[in-house]
Design a protein around this ligand. Structure first.
Ligand code: ATP
Ligand code: MG
Length: 580
């Protein structure tokens, strides 16, 4: 299907004028130094994420403005202004300091999206220590591996979550303290276990943020584990420059906005865009602890009058699956701008949201390693459904061949970026050789395959590991999946290359159907015909298997490597991030 570009609405009529009005001009005159000058820096020198996100607003005009609107999974509601938030973070910093946490130490958070998760994060940063966020749904092995690899000194968690993993304790001699947040369940201290209320609750709410060097580590994030064993990407305080700038120009955050990022801090979107981008911009941000539910999510937008919404393709596909009638029952008129990240966003999803919500999802691309958005459909740019958008000013991506040579527009190759942007990761923890291997011929190699069109829009093809070679033809799974989900019966599709003696690989699709459709032979044949008509026999799936759902990471990415391993009866590899 041909997708028409969406220009919406004309720049001059946008409810809030987009910051990036003239993309070309902005790109030509871009300077990271100018962005840096919009930040305050720690008085006396240095740069610290916590200072930019909290302290400077707590001291200034935004002190009484809500920073965090929190809604718990049981419907609890709490609001923290910038001044209150900074005070809570100060208490956390004092509490952690009383446990001996010092600059450079790793403090891991194994928490649900409760306020203490955010207080811990900023308290740790204020101390100059490094945060390591973990998904609250992780099991013992996943938590142990990450704590051991990072050499974490403190783990902040809850009695409920700790009881799930406590057997790991004896394997982690370096883990000195476990801090339990007893917001919902009481616990007893002892044997290295301390209680949040005792350690943090009684502390002073004054703390002077440590003057960290921009190159000091601030956050370490294990990657999503979509293609293999998760790697600990380490970021520095300097990353705030890119996070602030993209918050301003890509998220288009303004003072009157209510922003909602649905991502969990367990993966990088939940920190870069759930914490650093909105709060460095002084925006009000909604944090919802609960999980996905179409009705719940639309109700939250209505209740909090969310204006800017950042979510992910899986969630969008689930909203599509839930049907077009549910959004009609809610007043979603506050929304002015919606974005997506994490996986390729099928063009059908963009068109759907434009039709049903009245707003197209603006796709953007980045990775744990890049620390901030690098390619985006800006508010001011025409959206090309299916494209990731255009490079952020100051970012120079290229489509290159195996020798690092630039490919002409329209041709597919490796997506690479010229190193040196402020938010770039600085190492893979304990794995410098792997880090070094990602830099070749003056490029950072992303591991993704893409193409750029003549107007400079980038189009995702697939992860290098997932690209299928069928009879000498390279096929990106995304293209095939996107066609399949255009069919009204299909909710989700995952496509792999299945080894074949003749064609090397053939395209095989795993398809999950929407409610009310029968997985029978007739539909299977229809889907094959449907894809052939649109893609040609070479690219269309040769085989289709109906499945109840697709294996996904906790951040909602389809794990094609698992589909493939299962298909071939091979070991599944690292499944620590696999959703239940
Ligand atoms: P691992 O590196 O452990 O395999 P991962 O790559 O999924 O996991 P993340 O850093 O969370 O870990 O995800 C970044 C990847 O997600 C990108 O390299 C890309 O493959 C995919 N991605 C992110 N945004 C987009 C997008 N807008 N369109 C297409 N793919 C995207
Ligand atoms: Mg990756």
């Amino acid at each position: 299907m041909e997708y028409v570009p969406i220009t919406k609405p004309p720049v001059d009529q946008m409810p809030v004028l987009p910051n990036l009005r003239d993309y070309g001009e902005t790109r030509r005159h871009w300077s990271w130094d100018t962005v840096r000058n919009e930040l305050d820096g720690v008085p006396g020198g240095g740069l610290n994420k916590a200072y930019e996100c909290l302290d400077r607003h707590a001291k200034g005009d935004r002190r009484d403005k809500p920073a965090m609107l929190w809604e718990g999974k049981n419907g609890e509601r709490e609001t923290y202004t910038f001044a209150e938030f900074a005070r809570e973070a100060n208490k956390a910093a004092n509490g952690l300091s009383s446990l001996g946490v010092e600059k450079g130490d790793r403090v891991f958070m194994f928490l649900e999206r409760i306020p203490e998760c955010y207080f811990t994060a900023f308290g740790t940063l204020k101390l100059g220590a490094v945060i390591g966020p973990l998904f609250s749904a992780f099991g013992p092995d996943a938590v142990k591996d990450r704590l051991a690899d990072s050499g974490a000194k403190v783990l902040v968690t809850t009695p409920e979550l700790w009881s799930r993993v406590k057997e790991i304790r004896s394997d982690l001699p370096g883990l000195e303290h476990i801090v339990l947040v007893t917001r919902r369940q009481q616990a007893e201290p002892g044997d290295g276990i301390v209680l949040w209320d005792e350690v943090v609750g009684s502390q002073s709410d004054d703390f002077e943020t440590v003057s960290t060097d921009p190159e000091n580590y601030s956050v370490m994030h294990y990657t999503s584990g979509t293609t293999g064993k998760p790697k600990g990407a380490a970021h520095v305080h300097n990353a705030i420059i890119g996070q602030y700038a993209t918050g301003k120009y890509v998220l288009d955050l303004h003072d009157e906005d209510v922003y909602w990022c649905t991502a969990d801090p367990g993966w990088v979107t939940g920190t870069s865009y759930g914490m650093f981008a909105p709060w460095s911009n002084g925006a009000t941000s909604l944090v919802y602890e609960g999980g996905f539910g179409a009705n719940t999510w639309y109700s939250l937008i209505e209740k909090y009058k969310v204006t800017v919404w950042y979510t992910a393709p899986t969630a969008i596909r689930m909203l599509m699956k839930a049907g077009d009638d549910i959004p009609k029952k809610h007043d979603l008129s506050s929304l002015r701008y919606t974005m997506s990240v994490g996986e390729p966003l099928n063009p059908e999803a963009v068109v759907w949201s434009e039709r049903v919500l009245g707003l197209p999802f603006h796709d953007n691309w980045w990775q744990t390693e890049t620390g901030c958005i690098l390619i985006a459909n800006y508010p001011a740019l025409e959206i090309r459904p299916g494209s990731m958008g255009r490079p952020f000013p100051g970012i120079e991506p290229g489509i290159i061949d195996e020798d690092g040579k630039l490919m002409p527009p329209g041709e597919e190759g490796n997506l690479a970026v010229r190193p040196g942007w402020p938010s770039m990761f600085r190492t893979y923890w304990n794995n410098k050789p792997l880090y070094d291997s990602r830099f070749q011929n003056g490029w950072y190699i992303t591991g993704d395959r893409a193409r750029m069109d003549a107007d400079g829009y980038f189009w995702f093809v697939g992860r290098a590991d997932d690209v299928i070679n069928t009879a000498g033809h390279l096929v990106g799974p995304f293209e095939v999946e996107s066609v399949l989900i255009e069919h009204p019966a299909v909710a989700e599709a995952g496509v792999i290359g299945k080894p074949d003696p003749v064609a090397m690989e053939v395209v095989k699709a795993f398809v999950a159907l929407k409610d009310g459709y029968e997985a029978d032979e007739k539909l299977r044949r229809e889907l094959i015909r449907f894809s052939r008509d649109r893609l040609g026999a070479m690219i269309a799936p040769r085989e289709i298997e109906f499945v109840p759902g697709l294996p996904k990471t906790r951040s909602g990415k389809i794990m094609r490597r698992l589909l493939k391993a299962r298909e071939l009866g091979l070991p599944e590899g690292d499944t620590s991030t696999l959703e239940d």
